[in-house]
Write a protein that binds this ligand. Structure first.
Ligand SMILES: Nc1nc2c(c(=O)[nH]1)N[C@H]1C(S)=C(S)[C@@H](COP(=O)(O)O)O[C@H]1N2
Ligand SMILES: [Mo]
Length: 198
């Protein structure tokens, strides 16, 4: 199996592999606003909506039939820990965007999740190979507490930009703020600029 290594993306942001103010850990702490939601593989549905040519809805079997990629990525939590060399497998954001056909007036994206969480990013920050809808971590099913069945990972941003238990992506023609972005976390979340709070 081939693994794409994206752990050098810090170079694009002019910083060290370990962003300022972060401490490396080999653990994988769990941070959830309200516990781990249940899901049912029979009724689970993932939707792509908004400013797209074709709105999409996937069952679990349909989603896991999409072509996948395995990447080695770093994970930076806004609370100060970073975990290096996480191996995530899943579907890239650009690939999903291509399937839906993004309309010319789309500028922003809102992710939604089974626990009511939301998070937002500019479209350009999503149309990157390393933004993955991932369902495998280290060759195993993604653990439920880390967002299984499906989560987003955003190694170029603090990890709150990656929705665990993601079940929807909406393409927006105007920016909006998600759960933590409305509650004082940075809207931009660049770890190499320490954009933690706003
Ligand atoms: N659906 C959902 N996604 C979420 C969260 C959440 O509470 N609900 N917490 C965010 C925050 S603040 C962080 S730091 C990471 C933590 O991911 P982890 O629990 O796998 O370490 O998930 C992010 N995604
Ligand atoms: Mo967080």
């Amino acid at each position: 199996m081939s693994v794409t290594d994206v752990t050098d993306l810090h170079e694009e942001f002019g910083g060290d592999r370990l962003p300022p103010g972060q401490r490396e850990t080999s653990k994988f702490p769990v941070l959830s606003k309200s516990g781990t939601p249940d899901w049912d593989p029979e009724t689970w549905e993932f939707t792509v909506t908004g400013a797209v040519e074709e709105e999409l809805a996937f069952s679990w079997d349909e989603f896991t039939d999409l072509p996948t990629e395995t990447q080695r990525q770093d994970f930076h939590c806004v609370t100060g820990w970073s975990k290096f060399d996480c191996e995530f497998a899943g579907v890239t954001f650009p690939q999903l965007a291509e399937l839906a056909g993004v309309e010319a007036d789309a500028v922003h994206v809102m992710f939604s999740a089974l626990d009511g969480y939301t998070t937002n990013l500019p479209l350009d920050d999503c149309l990157r190979e390393e933004v993955l809808f991932t369902y495998e971590f280290g060759g195993e099913s993604l653990p439920a507490e880390h967002g299984g069945p499906l989560r987003v990972v955003t190694p170029h941003k603090y990890a709150y930009k990656g929705a665990k238990w993601v079940d929807g992506v909406e393409f927006l023609t105007d920016p909006e703020r998600g759960y933590w972005e409305k509650r004082g976390y940075s809207n931009t979340a660049n770890p190499w600029n320490e954009e933690r709070y706003s």
